[in-house]
Every structure is written in C-alpha cells, then in structure tokens.
Design a protein around this ligand. Structure first.
Ligand code: KMH
Ligand code: ZN
Length: 283
C-alpha cells in the first residue's frame, strides 16, 4: 500500500459559510494560515474554492482570490494545490469555458473535474449540477495543455464508465486519479458496500480517494485507507468533529484522520510523496 494522501478541503463550496460555522476560513490570509496548519497536521493536498472574505459564502467567479490564496499558501508550505472547477459557477456557456481555461493557469498542480451531471444532493434537491461530456472533454483539454492533473469527481458509478470512455478517446492520460464523492441522497450511498462496488469497476492502476459528507467522512475514510485508497476531509464536506459539536478547524479533522491512520500502521504521505504517487511535478 502506498502512503496515505490526505486532502483538506478547507474552504467549502456553496453551502459552507460563516452562517454555518464561525470556524470556516474566509479571507485569503485565513485560508493560507488554515492550509499551512493542515499541512503541518498531515494533509498533502488542499482543495480550494473562492470565498467571500467576510461572509464565507462562495465568491462569484471569475475571481482573482484563488490566485491570491495560492500565492499566500506557497509562502507558507509546499502542499499540493487542487483548485475546484465545480464551485462558484455564476457564468455559463463560453464565459464559463473561458473562466475555467484561465483558472488552469493559477499555479496549481491539480483541479477537480466533475465526471457527470447530478441532481443536487442537498435539500431542496432543486436543479442539476450540469457536467455534460463535451464540456468535460473541453475542460480536460485545458488542464492537459496547462499541465494540471485532473482529479475526476465520481458521484455515481456510471461516471466511472465515462472516465473509461474518455481515457479510450485519449481525453485523459492514464493512470487517472479519481475521487468517489459519496454524497448519498441523489449520489453514491456512503457505505462500504457501495465503495467496494466502485472499486470493482475501477482499473487497479488508477489512484483513488474517498470524499464523504458529514458523519460519513470519518468511517468511510477509515474504510478507504484500509483498502489502499486516499482520503479527503475538511469543512467542504463536514463541519463537525462529532455529533452536534463543530470542529474548530480543518486541521482538527486532519489530525483525527491521521490518528486513525497511525492506529492502522498506515504511513501518511508528505506533499512530495503525494506528488510522486500522483505523478505530479512541483509547480
Ligand atoms: N463539493 C464536493 C461534494 C468540486 O469542487 O469540483 C465535490 C467537489 C467538486 O469538491
Ligand atoms: Zn470542491
């Protein structure tokens, strides 16, 4: 088993703001500081969305803040940086494409790419998170051109097939890094059985991670690491350290999953080891 790559999703997407938790980092300095603490605690990748520096709500894009986060983070630690392409979509069509293409040149090593459309998984379940295949192909092309490694976000098992089809078309270079986004509700159920089925469908040379929400984040992360996978924690997916108690920082969630790994004699990867595992080059 390779060492464990821990991703800290520190900012959170649409719903996570100061209204939900006073502990979410919002300003560029807070986000950089929080990222450095997560790196110190054992995270080797940070996943970033742009946030309004005061309210913590998702900042409308296009947005210069993401580049500012990256510069401030780089001054503090050598963590791998993964920038969202799923968050903050306030434009559409060619404007969205232009924004995503430009976003590939912020200096990150990775970016998320959402491998299909899904009905929103949180109440009131209205609307669709649209990721049609032609758009995925275009955005994957932007990332390839920019030398940004895609992290393929998988919300249901059919999206694994989409990844295979696009690999066969040469859209993605193998081996892929995929993340099972086990959101439950309208997506993959957050259960070990569902994870085992996903793995059954996944080529053995692909690296993979688990992103689970709320109370499922810890147990599914523990299951993932025992199966040779990697784990994502952080406020984007879970703001609680235990039932009814808010985590005081993303680092607290990183520290806890590190303790689980240590208890299982699983070594936690440094940022450079994560780069070697994922075939990244330092930017
Ligand atoms: N918000 C997560 C459930 C992205 O940012 O592109 C999935 C995610 C995708 O992090
Ligand atoms: Zn995200």
């Amino acid at each position: 088993m390779d060492k464990l790559i821990i991703t800290a999703a520190v900012t959170g997407g649409e719903p996570v703001s100061r209204e939900m938790t006073p502990y979410v980092p919002c300003s560029p300095e807070e986000i950089a500081e929080e990222t450095a603490k997560c790196c110190e605690a054992g995270a080797s990748i940070v996943h970033l969305h742009a946030k309004d520096p005061v309210t913590g709500k998702t900042a409308a894009d296009p947005n210069p803040l993401l580049g500012e986060y990256i510069n401030l983070i780089r001054d503090r630690c050598d963590i791998v940086i993964n920038v969202t392409t799923g968050g903050g979509r306030r434009v559409s069509g060619s404007s969205l494409d232009k924004m995503i293409e430009e976003r590939c040149y912020l200096g990150q090593e990775m970016s998320s790419i959402n491998m299909g459309s899904i009905n929103f998984w949180t109440k009131p379940y209205n609307g669709i998170f649209t990721n049609d295949v032609p758009t995925i192909e275009r955005w994957a092309g932007y990332m390839k051109k920019a030398g940004v490694k895609p992290e393929l976000e998988i919300y249901d098992t059919g999206m694994i097939n989409t990844a295979k089809i696009l690999c066969d078309k040469g859209v993605f270079d193998q081996p892929l890094h995929i993340q099972f986004v086990m959101v439950g509700a309208t997506g993959i159920s957050p259960t070990p059985k569902a994870l085992l089925y996903c793995l059954d469908q996944t080529p053995s040379n692909w690296t993979w991670s688990v992103c689970a929400l709320g109370r499922h984040q810890l147990p599914l992360g523990a299951v993932a690491m025992t199966l040779g996978g990697h784990v994502r924690v952080g406020f984007e997916d879970n703001i609680y350290i235990r039932y009814g108690e808010l985590a005081k920082s993303n680092a607290q969630l990183v520290e806890r999953i590190v303790k689980v790994a240590e208890a299982l004699n699983i070594e936690v990867a440094t940022s450079d080891k994560a780069r070697r595992i994922l075939g990244l080059r330092r930017r």
